[in-house]
Ligand binder design. Structure first.
Ligand code: ADP
Ligand code: MG
Length: 257
């Protein structure tokens, strides 16, 4: 089986999540491959965001949320009490549904992470890192003459690419994206999708999307969730053209959702 041959960047084993008494995820086990895009699809409320947030311990910020099971990043348990969560979130960056630049300049939005993590030694190194991050995010040419203007003044699509630049400025291995295009128009969406495809060569990318077309366009692997369970996981083309589970077929053909 081809899944055995690819190298797993993240390995989740029997992950269950509870919000108070309510169980939102049931025994999810999944290997996320290096340098590929994995998409999480499934009806609203099926647990996609909940599982995504397990991968950089964002659920820690929700007091009633409890995570059971094991998640390893490069073989190390990310729920080990010795783990520095702030450092983990630099290694496993996140981009949210609604672009959320800080109320700071374009430059400072990207410089913020490297500064707090002490990633650069001086001003010129920091400038270089900001520049290269904006270039990787495909935004440099549009902002190079206005780096001191507020990030919030950019268009929605530019703001989302700024948030991607901000995420990659801390030199993560993994980038999590929770419906990153849902607030964008079709042209901005196409630009971000192209960017995701380019970033794949250097990062492990996991994207939650409610759009099956988007999953088919951008991802190599797809995981289908339903009612808190991982129903099927495999190569994107197999999931969409030849699903093994009836529930997956019902979802992709529009019978459930
Ligand atoms: P999806 O991203 O697939 O739409 P979620 O992961 O947001 O689904 O939600 C999965 C389940 O967990 C839903 O029943 C939702 O109501 C519940 N849930 C999500 N976030 C919270 C929260 N902060 N507090 C309580 N319940 C939550
Ligand atoms: Mg969600």
């Amino acid at each position: 089986m081809d899944t055995a041959q690819r190298s797993a960047k993240i390995k989740a084993t029997d992950v269950s999540v509870f919000y108070g008494e309510k169980q939102a995820l049931f025994d999810v086990s999944l290997d996320l491959g290096e340098n590929e895009v994995t998409s999480f699809i499934g009806p609203s409320g099926c647990g996609k965001s909940t599982f995504l947030r397990c991968l950089n311990r964002m659920n820690d910020t929700i007091p009633i949320c409890r995570v059971n099971g094991k998640i390893e990043l490069d073989g190390g348990d990310i729920y080990d009490p010795k783990i520095d969560v702030v450092e983990l979130r630099a290694r496993v960056g996140m981009v949210f549904q609604k672009p959320n630049p800080f109320p700071k300049s374009i430059f400072d939005n990207v410089a913020y992470g490297p500064k707090i993590h002490g990633l650069t030694r001086n001003k010129s190194e920091l400038e270089e890192l900001v520049t290269s991050s904006l270039k990787k995010a495909g935004l440099w040419n549009e902002v190079k003459d206005r780096l001191n203007e507020p990030g919030t003044g950019l268009s929605g699509g530019q703001q989302q690419r700024l948030c991607i630049a901000r995420a990659i400025a801390t030199r993560p291995d993994v980038v999590l994206m929770d419906e990153p295009c849902s607030a964008l128009d079709p042209i901005a969406t196409a630009i971000v999708e192209e960017l995701i495809d380019e970033l794949r060569s250097n990062y492990t990318i996991i994207i939650v999307t409610h759009s099956m077309q988007q999953a088919a366009r951008v991802s190599q692997r797809t995981a289908f969730f339903h009612l808190g369970k991982l129903i099927e996981f495999g190569r994107t083309e197999d999931i969409f053209s030849n699903p093994k589970q009836q529930q997956t077929e019902d979802y992709i053909t529009g019978k459930i959702g």
